[in-house]
Write a protein that binds this ligand. Structure first.
Ligand code: HEC
Ligand code: HEC
Length: 414
């Protein structure tokens, strides 16, 4: 995937100098994607520009046209979905945020995003054009998107077929793009695949006996220093991850029905954002899949097909996130039966935003008699995080408040 090579970014999380971080120049920015949190913190900044740093976010979900100053077409959607549309547009056109928007002179000055630029004007015209194409030709279904024409290439889409491409090596199949239309003939049922997975990790009974886990490890975001991470999970669907960055904690929490992200005030001047729709499905899915036993609760309407990841055959179970609407795919190693990948799609009004989670390094967890993945890499349109776990303690008591809306992040004590 070329994701790693050129994800769009706003500014770097690089903290090489102890000095206050400033926006990097455009060239530098392109090489250094921002990591988890950056996107959410942007939304937060805009949600809470009125409130002083350190104040809790309002519980009410602001719509894009209320939260932002100059939104005229992407209206009527929550702020987190609006930011997903920006990630989608960046990924489709291969432009960084500041290729379309004016570059902030001062870190945390989000007002410049409301300014008009020529490319932003073109993009807005394009959004209306795509809506018209879909309305006139496809009964309003979202069939054509920015990606249909732009294909992650900057500038005008190509108009002439390339003979070099036509006669050259076809690009390798991307297993994420496999779309299963119907259960493959002769394929095992989803339940059989889940049973094999439970068998592979140590047995259904032992897996069912795990009611909570506390993980410790390290979190490596794109172009940011390695940080310690604590992850708390409680069956069936609660999960809180706290990344202890050198600017303060970055917390993602899910209490089973709600999800939030709180990020360092030093990053941007705001506290907490509430997740909705696809982003909420995503945090719940990560919670449910933290437990091998959660596999049967993770997905509804499953159908089974196959593909391969890095030349290894995988079984693909495709369906809908349980309790939500996002489509998801679960990939199991055909031989070992272990869950090796999860792909999920956050729907936005202009396109689907993909996220990929890769699980590896399954290790025996002492006392539990169950294997869990100790290496988890999450890749999305704006960055990638690499989590290496060092310990997993099962069935420890976790304070219920851990899964509540997180408090605003405060700088770490020196
Ligand atoms: C291809 C051009 C393009 C790219 C790339 C892009 N945007 Fe936008 N952005 C727009 C357009 C167009 C609007 C206005 C949408 C509307 O009017 O509904 C907008 C609006 C915004 C706003 C609302 C500002 C306000 O107060 O009115 C924010 C914030 C924003 N973008 C952030 C981002 C971020 C962060 C990124 C990078 C992840 C990004 N954008 C990438 C085109 C772009
Ligand atoms: C049907 C094909 C098609 C689709 C779909 C499409 N575009 Fe375009 N886009 C074009 C063409 C052709 C051009 C070049 C002509 C122009 O600039 O008017 C262009 C130009 C652009 C440019 C200016 C590029 C540059 O640097 O000069 C931007 C930005 C852009 N599109 C954004 C988008 C966004 C955002 C979407 C989705 C909302 C989108 N486009 C969907 C065909 C498409």
């Amino acid at each position: 995937m070329k994701l790693g090579s050129r994800p769009p970014v706003l500014w770097s999380n690089s903290r090489k100098t102890g000095a206050a971080r400033s926006l990097l120049s455009r060239g530098e920015v392109r090489a250094a994607p921002f990591a988890l949190g950056a996107m959410a913190t942007i939304a937060l900044a805009l949600l809470n520009t009125a409130s002083a740093a350190g104040q809790a976010a309002p519980a009410k979900q602001l719509m894009s046209e209320q939260a932002f100053k100059n939104v005229t077409v992407l209206k009527g959607i929550p702020v987190d979905e609006f930011m997903d549309t920006m990630g989608f547009i960046s990924a489709a056109t291969n432009y960084n945020c500041i290729d379309c928007h004016a570059e902030p002179k001062v870190e945390g000055d989000w007002s410049v995003f409301a300014e008009e630029t020529p490319r932003k004007a073109t993009a807005r015209r394009m959004i209306l054009m795509v809506q018209a194409i879909n309305r006139t030709n496809f009964g309003g279904a979202r069939v054509v998107t920015c990606y249909t024409c732009h294909r992650n290439i900057q500038g005008a889409p190509k108009i002439t077929p390339s003979l070099a491409e036509q006669y050259g090596e076809p690009p390798p199949v991307d297993p994420n793009e496999v779309e299963i239309k119907r259960q493959a003939p002769g394929a095992p049922s989803a339940d059989q695949i889940f049973d094999k997975y439970l068998q592979a990790v140590g047995g259904a009974q032992k897996a069912a006996a795990i009611s909570s886990i506390v993980f410790k490890g390290t979190y490596q975001g794109y172009a940011e220093p390695k940080a310690n991470v604590d992850i708390y999970v409680k069956a069936p669907d609660q999960r809180t991850m706290i990344v202890h960055t050198d600017l303060g904690d970055r917390t993602t929490a899910c209490d089973g029905s709600n999800g939030w992200m709180a990020a360092p005030a030093a990053d941007k001047p705001f506290p907490v954002i509430r997740y909705t729709a696809g982003d909420l499905d995503a945090v719940r899915l990560d919670a449910v899949l933290s437990f091998p036993d959660g596999i049967k609760q993770a997905i509804t309407k499953p159908i089974v097909g196959s593909s391969s990841i890095d030349d290894k055959e995988v079984v693909v179970v495709q369906g809908i996130a349980n309790g939500g609407r996002s489509s998801i795919k679960l990939y199991f190693d055909k031989q070992s039966g272990l869950l090796v990948r999860q792909v999920r799609y956050a729907d936005t009004i202009i396109g689907r935003v993909p996220t990929q989670v890769d699980y590896s390094d399954y290790r025996d967890v002492a006392r539990a008699g169950v294997k869990l993945p100790f290496h988890v890499i999450t890749t999305w349109t704006n960055g990638r995080s690499d989590v290496l776990l060092t310990s997993a303690e099962t069935n420890v008591a976790i304070d219920a408040a851990k899964f509540n809306q997180p408090p605003p992040s405060s700088p770490p004590r020196q």
